[in-house]
Design a binder for this molecule. Structure first.
Ligand SMILES: CC(C)(COP(=O)(O)OP(=O)(O)OC[C@H]1O[C@@H](n2cnc3c(N)ncnc32)[C@H](O)[C@@H]1OP(=O)(O)O)[C@@H](O)C(=O)NCCC(=O)NCCS
Length: 202
């Protein structure tokens, strides 16, 4: 399951409330993204049934089917109302689900995480770094968190490149817990909002 960053920040009650409100009301940072709803479940099942998409991702429900993915979408909708998660899907020009981003937010710690993937035919085309940078900036500026922690499988070279291109700082490894309780060893990075702004001129 998603885990908050190793570094523990403490948000004031005002900051926590502002982040929760931002999560409830935030609009996607990308023009091809929309909030995931029940209507996207068949497309998400197709997307996530491809091991090239879901294989490297530890926190997805398994097995992937309409029931498990439907419950996962519904859970994200409920958590959004609490200000603690957002699930976006990206749509291709034909309106098909072409990727997803799931943001976990810990408002009391002013912290967040993103996990996501794009359809196999859209991978390794050099769009990962720009798309990820847009999402990272959106977490700091639209959600208002001060810290983002990220994980990737030890052999996920593309994710590591995308994350480090944005300036995230490697902080060793951590155990990521899958929904079935098993452990996936992960590379681990953090970046603060101040570091982000210094690097990206915001
Ligand atoms: C991870 C992911 C989002 C990256 O997006 P992408 O569009 O495929 O990434 P890019 O094409 O921009 O490539 C990212 C970097 O990896 C490099 N790369 C691409 N394919 C590669 C390969 N097969 N082996 C090694 N490096 C590769 C690119 O050269 C680029 O590095 P550079 O910026 O230094 O040139 C995408 O591959 C994906 O959805 N993968 C499956 C799900 C996943 O792993 N999600 C992340 C979980 S943490």
């Amino acid at each position: 399951m998603s885990a908050p960053p190793k570094t523990v920040l403490v948000a004031s009650p005002e900051e926590e409330a502002a982040i929760r409100q931002a999560v409830r009301t935030a609009q996607p940072g990308s023009p091809d993204s929309v909030l995931a709803g029940p209507e996207h479940v068949p497309g998400l099942v197709t997307l996530l049934s491809d091991p090239a998409v879901s294989g490297p991702i530890y926190d997805l429900p398994r097995p992937i089917n309409a029931q498990t993915v439907g419950a996962w979408v519904a859970e994200a909708q409920a958590l959004r109302q609490k200000g603690e998660a957002i699930l976006f899907v990206s749509l291709d020009p034909a309106g098909e689900v072409a990727g997803y981003s799931r943001f976990s937010v810990w408002p009391d710690r002013s912290s967040a995480e993103i996990v996501g993937g794009r359809r196999a035919d859209l991978q390794s085309r050099g769009q990962g770094s720009s798309g990820a940078a847009r999402s990272f900036g959106w977490m700091f500026e639209a959600l208002g968190v001060r810290l983002v922690g990220l994980t990737a499988a030890l052999d996920n070279v593309r994710s590591a490149k995308v994350i480090e291109a944005a300036g995230f700082v490697r902080m060793g490894e951590r155990d990521s817990v899958r929904p079935d309780g098993t452990i996936r060893r992960s590379l681990y990075w953090e970046l603060t909002r101040d570091q982000w702004r210094a690097l990206h001129g915001a």
